[in-house]
Design a protein around this ligand. Structure first.
Ligand SMILES: [Zn+2]
Length: 309
């Protein structure tokens, strides 16, 4: 099966500051690893800048205006402790969201079935009215709403990043036709996403302890996917964060210990639900993953598993 790949070199021009883990080299690592994997059949697409109208289905107008006005012409500005903007950040953030929107529109129009969006900045922490945790726009949530506008009734997001996708959850909570399923380490920043928290029925959170085995992680993920399967989505989006990898400086190192084959397994499990419920349709978007080597290898394993069908 062909994989449609959405990306843009302008996403390399977002510099959140020296030593920041969410560095341009992450995207280089992903694209180089994908490019070196000769068995992958990739159809490349240039990610457009997201339209204001698409952002405003999720984000407050005042927030989007504030981001546009905050965008510096040189140097860095700090949106919060972790989230900074350089001169290229606004365009990068618009292309990151635009990539996922473009992918779901191609899927809705029958031009694509499986897609991977190699993007940065990531999106799943950005709230409707606030930036957070390296994220400016809620890429996947914006795309889910665009998918609904394009006629896809029910959209599920599966988020396997080691951190809770608080922003996607905030955008989805209680909204008809949307379902959010997220597995994260607990305890872990941002401190949300425990299944005991009060949340609407369309939110499913699951947690794994620091030091959990890959077997435990897989069992937990399977439980989440049962909820996604029961929702019977017409399209599944993946918030593909690879920071539960054993080598990851933020999520590994005494935390999670996944390897690339675990991400491949998780991807196949999502694809299996998609075959049964969603006409096979899966659009995945990069979130975290901060060890460059592990990130490249994991992205290839993920895309290869998407390609299997
Ligand atoms: Zn993360």
């Amino acid at each position: 099966m062909r994989i449609d790949l959405y990306t843009h070199p302008a996403m390399l021009d977002h510099f959140p500051g020296p030593g920041h883990p969410e560095c341009p080299e992450r995207l280089v690592a992903v694209l180089e690893a994908l490019g070196a994997a000769s068995d992958l059949e990739l159809a490349r697409h240039e990610a457009p800048k997201v339209e204001m109208e698409d952002l405003l289905r999720v984000h407050d107008e005042g927030y989007v205006d504030a981001i546009v006005h905050a965008s510096p012409s040189h140097g860095l500005i700090r949106l919060d402790d972790d989230t900074l903007m350089s001169a290229g950040s606004l365009e990068a953030a618009r292309r990151a969201a635009g990539a996922v929107v473009s992918a779901v529109r191609d899927v809705a129009a029958g031009r694509a079935e499986r897609a991977f969006c190699a993007v940065r900045p990531p999106g799943h922490h950005a709230e409707p009215g606030a930036p957070m945790g390296f994220c400016i726009f809620s890429n996947v949530a914006v795309a889910a709403r665009a998918a609904q506008e394009a006629g896809i009734e029910k959209v599920a997001v599966v988020d396997f990043d080691v951190h809770h996708g608080n922003g996607t959850q905030a955008a989805f909570a209680g909204r008809p036709g949307l379902f959010f399923a997220s597995v994260q380490q607990w305890p872990m920043w941002p401190g949300t996403g425990h299944p005991s928290e009060a949340a609407p029925d369309n939110i499913a959170n699951a947690v794994v302890a620091p030091g959990a085995s890959p077997t435990t992680w897989r069992r937990t993920f399977e439980g989440l996917l049962d909820r996604v399967d029961a929702f019977a989505p017409d399209l599944i989006l993946i918030s593909a964060g690879f920071d539960a990898h054993v080598r990851d400086p933020l999520g590994g190192h005494g935390g999670q210990s996944l390897e690339e084959e675990d991400f491949a397994w998780a991807t196949r499990a999502v694809a299996s639900v998609a075959r049964g419920r969603s006409h096979g349709r899966v659009v995945s978007s990069l979130e975290g993953g901060y060890d460059l080597e592990a990130l490249g290898r994991s992205a290839v394993a993920h895309v290869r598993a998407l390609q299997e069908g």
